[in-house]
Design a binder for this molecule. Structure first.
Ligand SMILES: Cc1cc2nc3c(=O)[nH]c(=O)nc-3n(C[C@H](O)[C@H](O)[C@H](O)COP(=O)(O)OP(=O)(O)OC[C@H]3O[C@@H](n4cnc5c(N)ncnc54)[C@H](O)[C@@H]3O)c2cc1C
Ligand code: FES
Length: 340
């Protein structure tokens, strides 16, 4: 073991032979990203299993947040790990998939401080929070990416996606849904203007891959945030194809930014906004689409063949919409998603 006074471990990557230093308490994935090494990942907190790899030599700890389902016991016995949730306890040799995914741009990760410039409640449980970056003043990222925030009194970080396509005027916009008894979301939603927050990023691979085709976007709840950033990116230049934005909520009061999206429809004839409500009371006079967003998509779209789809929302929404897209002829490699 080559443990230095700084408590740093050397991790050798196979088959490339690349080596990185990982600090004690730092996950292997975090060190990989900060060293500009691209490998598959998604949630960064042990749920999606996208970052599976195998340890060939050395000692390590798999963090408690990794469930039995995310990493099965026979996989653990076989040396499999989730890179996002494994802490080295010695120098390691790890077999990973090193890849440069087509269409994914790598942006360096910054640790930064920001103050709250605005915190507006826009539905009973969603807040639009605007942060003003202090140091550094700007953090480059791709539309669709997310940042990780320190939550007071909590060791685990929480992820929130950028809701604009870049930091406009040093501002980073987030849409945060308050979860009952949720530590991070309540901390964020209760932030007062002027409060300081600490974060790092950008992270994530739900980036715009190809604008030379028809595009379908689907979001539920605060999943609107990265989808809004992606749509801003699409329409920031000439876009000669069609883009549909399906947005699912429960009732009228759970909708937000509707006027802005309707304005987009007037401005861009090739943009189509389809909000749908799934939990209306009998006396509601809502004249738009009713039902779950996956069913609405199936009714509205004749075929999704040849399109790219971007989804963001709760796991059940992503699952049912993926099934609906398959039914409409769209294949998995053209579906990009973040679940939360
Ligand atoms: C890549 C990524 C991007 C994300 N971007 C955003 C974003 O832009 N906006 C946003 O609001 N959130 C986003 N999230 C989710 C966010 O990171 C937190 O997981 C969420 O705010 C809940 O954290 P919490 O600390 O409040 O809840 P916790 O204290 O961690 O959990 C409290 C309880 O709530 C349950 N719970 C957790 N999440 C949900 C949920 N969504 N619905 C219902 N119950 C839940 C937990 O299982 C637990 O029982 C993102 C997550 C990921 C992985
Ligand atoms: S489980 Fe590691 S990135 Fe999702």
């Amino acid at each position: 073991m080559n443990k230095t006074a700084l408590e740093t471990y050397e991790v050798t990557l196979e088959p490339s032979g690349n080596q990185i230093q990982v600090n004690e308490g730092q996950t292997i994935l975090d060190a990989l990203i900060r060293n500009g090494i691209q490998t598959p990942y998604g949630c960064r907190h042990g749920s999606c299993s996208a970052c599976k790899a195998r340890v060939l030599e050395g000692n390590y700890e798999i963090m408690g947040r990794v469930s039995e389902y995310s990493l099965l016991s026979f996989e653990r016995d076989d040396g499999m790990i989730l890179l996002c949730s494994t802490l080295p306890e010695s120098d390691l040799v790890v077999e990973i998939e090193e890849e440069e995914e087509e269409g994914v741009t790598f942006y360096p990760v910054f640790d930064f401080e920001a103050t709250v410039a605005k915190n507006e409640q826009v539905t009973p449980d969603i807040h639009i929070i605007e942060l003003e970056l202090i140091a550094p003043k700007s953090v480059p990222y791709a539309a669709g990416q997310f940042f990780e925030f320190k939550v007071q009194g909590e060791s685990e970080l929480r992820s929130y996606s950028a809701a604009t396509r870049f930091t406009d005027n040093n501002k980073l916009q987030l849409h945060v849904k308050r979860i009952p008894n949720g530590i991070g979301s309540n901390y964020m939603c209760d932030l007062e203007v002027g409060a300081t927050v600490n974060a790092s990023g950008p992270y994530g691979k739900m980036q715009l891959r190809d604008r030379e085709r028809n595009l379908v976007f689907v979001a539920g709840g605060s999943g609107m945030a990265p989808i809004k950033a992606l749509l801003e990116e699409v329409f920031s230049k000439d876009f000669d194809y069609e883009a549909w934005f399906f947005y699912g909520a429960r009732t009228e009061q759970d909708l937000y930014l509707v006027d802005e999206w309707l304005e987009w429809e007037r401005k861009y004839p090739n943009f189509h906004f389809i909000p749908a409500l799934s939990n209306l009371s009998d006396d509601s006079n809502w004249s738009g689409e009713r039902g779950f967003i996956a069913d609405v998509l199936k009714n509205k779209m004749d075929s999704c063949s040849g399109m790219d789809a971007y989804l963001c929302g709760p796991p059940i929404m992503c699952e049912t919409v993926t099934d609906a897209l398959y039914e409409k002829g769209l294949r998995g490699k053209h579906i990009y998603l973040d679940e939360f």
